[in-house]
Design a protein around this ligand. Structure first.
Ligand SMILES: [Fe+2]
Ligand SMILES: [Fe+2]
Length: 357
């Protein structure tokens, strides 16, 4: 994030929550005079570290994560902490997770980790938890309640009964469009935990929920989907301001459902196409979302860039800056009560997304 951008941004906004940079995202939260102090945190997601053999890993994905770590370490002001949004690994092997964590170990700040399906389905998260601890937890930071969920669980019968090996299970879940996969869910036990956790929180306290899959239903065929999303949303409904940040979809998405603003982050590895442009099937991409254009699939950092989120009185504005693509600003609009793309709202202004079929 350039100092110039940050200065203009703060001058323009009275910034309440600011996010900078994809593959890295810096989040700044300020909640007005009654709040003790403003702070920033960074958000990095979906590195998909891929082991080839021995000490060799797919270079491009290593480079995306290495760049995000380097940028995070150079941020001014210093972020208070880092959130990692899940999918460190491609096939969940100890070699991939350890290599990813070695790169992430270069970060100067504390990291809070989210479980992705690529980290989980080989050994049901055993190695990840051994290295990183519980896969769902909450913490309070300077007046904001953060909740991290493991949203990529599924039916026990699918997880436990169908497979000869963990790798067969992982390969079924790792593919984007594998009909052998199974819908993601947060699950009864974690929703019960969430309900108890939120009971202790004042309803005026801003809540930031971080999940790997979207806590809304977009396209089941690719698991841009959480089966019990509505039940999780219902638990968040009593709160004045809720923001859900998620990874997994590797693209810009935003939505507003009741009191909840949703924002997706891009990956450090690669961007996914939008479901409708690729498989010609119905998806429920939020009507609010204007799809991003992917002009050059051969540019290795295509669909990565810089992003600010500005949270006015608890509502989120996102400023995306995309190298070799056109910048985007998704700002909360008081009139509509939802995030709005400030440049591409009208059909005439839109850049059509690249068709893949
Ligand atoms: Fe991913
Ligand atoms: Fe994922």
């Amino acid at each position: 994030m350039s100092k110039m951008n940050r200065r203009n941004f703060i001058k323009a906004g009275g910034a309440l929550l600011a996010v900078g940079s994809l593959p890295l995202t810096l989040v700044e939260i300020a909640f007005g005079k009654s709040s003790p102090e403003n702070f920033t945190f960074a958000y990095i997601s979906d590195s998909h570290i891929t082991h080839i053999k021995g000490g060799t890993f797919v270079n491009n994905w290593d480079r995306g994560l290495i760049r995000a770590v380097a940028e995070a370490n150079l941020l001014t002001p210093r972020p208070d902490f880092i959130l990692y949004g899940g999918d460190i690994a491609q096939l969940g092997t100890p070699a991939e997770i350890d290599h990813g964590l070695e790169i992430l170990g270069g970060l100067r700040d504390k990291v809070h980790y989210v479980m992705g399906e690529h980290d989980y389905y080989l050994d049901l998260g055993e190695h990840w938890r051994k290295k990183l601890g519980p896969d769902h937890y909450s913490f309070d930071h300077k007046g904001v309640h953060f909740v991290v969920l493991n949203s990529i669980l599924t039916h026990d019968s699918w997880t436990n009964d169908k497979w000869d090996s963990g790798m067969a299970r992982m390969l079924a879940m790792a593919r984007l469009d594998n009909p052998e996969g199974s819908p993601f869910m947060v699950g009864d036990a974690q929703r019960e935990w969430l309900s108890k956790d939120l009971d202790k929180v004042d309803k005026d306290t801003p809540v930031v929920v971080v999940s790997h899959s979207p806590l809304q239903k977009i396209y089941k065929g690719w698991n841009f989907w959480t089966d019990d999303a509505e039940q999780v949303q219902a638990l968040l409904k009593p709160f004045k301001k809720v923001t859900v940040l998620y990874g997994h979809v590797h693209q810009i998405q935003y939505n507003q459902i009741g009191n909840i603003s949703f924002h997706a982050a891009m990956a450090t590895a690669w961007p996914w196409p939008y479901p409708s442009t690729y498989s010609q099937v119905e998806s429920h991409l939020p009507k609010l979302t204007v799809e991003m254009n992917r002009a050059d699939a051969f540019f290795e950092r295509d669909a990565t860039g810089w992003q600010f989120i500005n949270m006015h009185t608890g509502n989120v504005d996102v400023h995306y800056t995309l190298p070799e693509n056109r910048n985007r600003v998704v700002a909360f609009d008081e009139k509509t009560g939802a995030p709005v793309d400030t440049s591409y709202r009208t059909d005439a202004d839109r850049i059509p997304p690249q068709a893949h079929y």
